[in-house]
Design a protein around this ligand. Structure first.
Ligand code: KIV
Ligand code: ZN
Length: 406
């Protein structure tokens, strides 16, 4: 799994330790491309500041040539957001794209131009209508032009996972020779499996001259629900940058979710001995901020940040969690920003959770007979109602007390 990243001086990060994984967030660029998720300037600035505070290494702020609004957002983020490298997207073949990216990024403390072009047979033939040799020329000219504006240049092989391996090697070699310092191989349409992604990165690192002088980067879409698994496999293959979005938002089924990758690396450090710069306690806050800004809630069962991620309803699980949370929780809720796990009161809840709930609600020390009676009433109610709220429990305990005193 080793990729020696110490052998060169990264223009933005200097000499990196071999266990460091760079987190590149593209919520404001690829994430914003999902239908209904567009954000205004003020919202983007708030998100960018939150991402920088979270410890994101690179913030992809937008695609300046795409519109005046995108140019302005990248430019304002470049002026105002401190602590992260600010990145702008450009097409490798677009002279105007690269100039616009350079101009929008000018005020940034640290800046990256990210240029891309498709390399798969399907994209070259039908989308670009270009011969492979022309694509190679544009890779060289695009990266050289970007390199004239900043030392930190990323190049992406769009639809890289469906690119013919020999041609992909030639493209990556051309990008490195022209000055790219990060090489990103996207699974643009979410078609790859973890085995594919690990193989692609291992192959590039073995075959391409100069591969030890760049950082390889993973950018996985979620069409088959494999984006995070593919990202972990890419790391196994030698990628040391992960491209991702908060809540996994992005084109179609989305991008790999930042919070899931970071917590997988942290929780399974035994298998993935890597570190990121993310302050994980801030994950829930940023997830909620994005949901509020875009008016799209995350699904309740979403890993890490969904409302049910640390909620337990089954009596057996609740009993286990009350005895030792590790029985059913693989990370602490506090480590990602929740105040505590929640025991949801419903028809599956058991006596232990009910007793705990009564304690929390201030009914400590009820005698066993009365507790049993209240528990029977709770179970009857839970059969009729999906979730029993605290107020319902208070009401049924008070009713039981009234009946008992009669
Ligand atoms: O999915 C993709 O290929 C992209 C590139 C522009 C990096 O988003
Ligand atoms: Zn993408």
């Amino acid at each position: 799994m080793s990729a020696d990243t110490t052998s060169f001086n990264h223009p933005s990060f200097g000499r990196m330790t071999p266990d460091r994984v760079i987190v590149f967030d593209t919520t404001l660029r690829d994430g914003e491309q999902s239908p209904g998720f567009s954000m205004n300037l003020a919202e983007k600035l708030r998100m960018a500041e939150a991402l920088a505070n979270l410890g994101v290494d690179v913030i992809e702020a937008g695609f300046p040539v795409a519109s005046k609004g995108d140019f302005e957002s990248v430019n304002e983020i470049a002026k105002n957001t401190k602590g992260s490298v600010i990145c702008a997207l450009a097409r490798s073949g677009g002279v105007k794209d690269i100039a616009a990216a350079g101009e929008a990024l000018a005020p940034a403390e640290r800046k990256r131009i990210h240029n891309f072009i498709s390399t798969s047979p399907l994209h070259m033939k039908y989308k670009l209508r270009m011969e492979p040799e022309t694509v190679l020329e544009l890779i060289t000219s695009g990266n050289a032009a970007a390199r004239n504006l900043t030392d930190d240049v990323e190049w992406s092989a769009e639809d890289g996972s469906r690119t013919e391996p020999d041609f992909l090697c030639r493209c990556v070699e051309a990008a490195i020779k022209a000055g790219a310092t990060t090489i990103n191989i996207p699974d643009t349409v979410g078609y790859a499996t973890p085995e594919d992604m690990e193989k692609i990165f291992s192959m590039l690192r073995q075959r391409v001259p100069g591969a030890d002088q760049v950082i390889f980067s993973a950018h996985n879409h979620n069409d088959l629900g494999l984006a995070v698994a593919n990202t972990l496999a890419s790391i196994r293959g030698g990628a040391r940058q992960v491209e991702c979005t908060i809540n996994g938002i992005g084109e179609r089924a989305g991008n790999a979710a930042l919070e899931e990758i970071v917590m997988a690396l942290r929780t399974r450090h035994d298998q993935y001995p890597f570190t990121t710069g993310i302050h994980t306690e801030g994950l829930l806050k940023v997830s909620r901020m994005l949901a509020t800004i875009t008016s799209f809630d995350v699904q309740p069962n979403k890993a890490i940040v969904g409302r049910n991620a640390f909620a337990h309803e089954s009596g057996i699980h609740q009993d286990g969690v009350l005895k030792n949370a590790a029985t059913y929780e693989i990370m602490t809720p506090e480590s990602v920003g929740w105040t505590r796990s929640s025991l949801v009161m419903g028809k599956h809840s058991g006596r232990a959770a009910f007793r705990d709930k009564l304690k929390v609600l201030g009914y400590e020390g009820m005698d066993e007979t009365r507790l049993n009676e209240a528990f029977t009433r709770f179970k009857d109610l839970a059969d009729r109602k999906k979730v029993v709220y605290d107020d319902d429990i208070i009401a049924l305990v008070d009713d039981e007390a009234r009946d008992h005193d009669r």
